[in-house]
Design a protein around this ligand. Structure first.
Ligand code: PMP
Length: 393
């Protein structure tokens, strides 16, 4: 019999939608898959070349240290010095199989049964299940500001002691970016309590139209603090498939995570670690050229999506690569469905566009559209959506 723990887990809504889309593509149907958070750019060549060289030099026939190669940890230490002028040590770093495993391990290391974890809604799909797996109690705060960001005032309203606050800036799925003051307020609030703050900064290098990204590393030291940073190479370097992410935290938290990941994976894949070293220590101009392309796509697609009848994005995203339009109230009944989840399946079946529904992000009534795709593809998707939604207006 499958365990109750496993039965309680929902599949990742984004991956589930993407799989449906891929199955239809296999059947020869021309589906536009805007369901999953991956770039359409290739991993830059200096990175792939370094990975091939690592294979040829046989750097792959042994286990690396569980929490990553010292050389990669040093590259991360140097990278945060360069990006944020922050001074951290290698024992503040654990490298994991993607930022996703960093977050999973963090939940396991920080959360006791029934501990309260707070996040703004909408929130990234995997936080929900990872918190569940650790036995924690998730309280989502449907932030009442229009950008859907968590504030210190929201935290003050929670009556139970909070063990962990998760702040994802830039946010998946809204693209909201927290200001320096907003992050400072939350960190200061947590400092006086036994509350840890996980800052998921995986989209930190993808901000647009002059938006300033603030990293927690610019505001607080890591050692002796309750601040935890999660980052990785997936999004900034178009390296989602390589599966390299990391956590930066006090050496006490890192030591606990090291123990755990040693049993989960032994180590992140060696060749991917060498690729990540090349990413962090090589030329950085590919990040900027991809960022500029996403910015252009955002600016064009934001206006075009807002012209689709029945869909509306109130606040223009400042970062990441998603739009999170609200579906007009009357659309569901007109389309004969009872939820945006059902609507997303109907859109996939009839318009052949894969957009995961807000339900997976703790926010029914919305759809998520990834725009890390060529503009022509985005335009075709918008045209199909326009035809689909016009039927119900
Ligand atoms: N955090 C957020 C908010 C994400 O959107 C993602 C990827 N979709 C991750 C973490 C995980 O990234 P990785 O590919 O490094 O596991």
């Amino acid at each position: 019999m499958i365990s109750k723990r496993a039965q309680a887990i929902s599949p990742a809504a984004t991956l589930a939608m993407s799989k449906l889309a891929k199955d239809m593509q296999t059947d020869g149907i021309d589906v536009i898959n805007l369901g999953v958070g991956e770039s359409d750019f290739q991993t830059p060549e200096n990175i792939t070349t370094a990975a091939i060289a690592a294979i040829q030099a046989d750097k792959t026939s042994f286990y690396t240290p569980a929490g990553g190669l010292d050389e990669l940890k040093q590259a991360i230490v140097d990278d945060v010095k360069r990006r944020y002028d922050a001074v951290i040590a290698r024992n503040n770093v654990v490298v994991t199989t993607g930022a996703k495993l960093s977050l999973y391990a963090l939940m396991q290391v920080l959360i006791n049964p029934n501990d309260v974890v707070v996040s703004a809604a909408p929130l990234w799909v995997s936080y929900v299940e990872q918190i569940k797996l650790a036995g924690g109690q998730l309280k989502t705060i449907q932030a009442n500001n229009i950008a859907l960001k968590l504030t210190r005032a929201d935290l003050e309203m929670v009556s139970d002691p909070i063990k962990v606050v998760i702040v994802n800036s830039p946010t998946n799925p809204t693209g909201a970016v927290y200001t320096r003051d907003e992050i400072t307020d939350i960190l200061d609030w947590a400092k006086t309590r036994d509350t840890y703050v996980i800052l998921d900064e995986i989209y930190g290098q993808l901000v647009y139209n002059g938006t300033q990204f603030t990293s927690g590393l610019q505001l607080q030291e890591l050692e002796d603090s309750h601040m935890i940073i999660v980052d990785g190479v997936s999004k900034s370097y178009a390296m989602t498939g390589w599966r390299i992410g990391w956590t930066l935290a006090s050496s006490e938290i890192i030591a606990a995570m090291n123990k755990l990941v040693g049993h989960l994976t032994s180590n992140p894949t060696a060749v991917a670690q060498y690729a990540a070293i090349a990413a962090l220590t090589g030329p950085q101009d590919a990040i900027e050229s991809m960022r500029l392309a996403y910015e252009q796509r955002l600016n064009t697609t934001f206006d075009r999506l807002n012209n689709v009848p029945g869909l509306h994005v109130a606040v223009k995203p400042q970062g990441a690569f998603y739009l999170f339009p609200k579906v007009s109230d009357n659309i569901l009944s007109a389309a004969g469905v009872s939820s945006t989840y059902e609507l997303s399946l109907k859109i996939l079946q009839e318009a052949h566009v894969a957009l995961p529904a807000g339900e997976g992000f703790g926010m029914p009534g919305y759809l998520r559209m990834g725009y890390a795709k060529d503009q022509a593809v985005l335009d075709e998707a918008i045209q199909r959506l326009t035809i689909f939604f016009k039927q119900y207006i």
